[in-house]
Design a binder for this molecule. Sequence first.
Ligand SMILES: [Zn+2]
Length: 144
Amino acid sequence: MHYTLNQVDRHHQVNINASAPPVLIPKRCACGNRAFAKQLAQHGKCVACQLADRVATLHEGDIEKLKHALGATSHRPQSKWGFRNYYCAGRGGAAEEAMRRLVAAGFMCAGHEGENQAYFHATKAGCKLAGLNSAGVRRATEDC
Ligand SMILES: [Zn+2]
């Protein structure tokens, strides 16, 4: 089937005149990134900014604990990161407070909680934040 240029033009004309649903109109977040109008209506910002907001709720050292949980430390090759995924925190201490912040931000979830200690595990978002590649994320979260 062949369209003449004229027919293509007319086809475009129809598309422009038909009112597109507003959710499909690309808009920009305050940071300048393009974001879907639906995203902006629901969250007021793009995905990257939402992530930045969640990271901003963390305190200094929290991400280091998250990385520690995943074995994502500089003395191990990145290909091994995610070989473990747990953090054992003493109850009522600074480590547990750090874990609770990570849970609230969606980067960790609470696991078994004992009388004196509690276990926490990184979520997929947490794995990504810690710098794991997709194989590492799968490795770390296969039990979740
Ligand atoms: Zn943004």
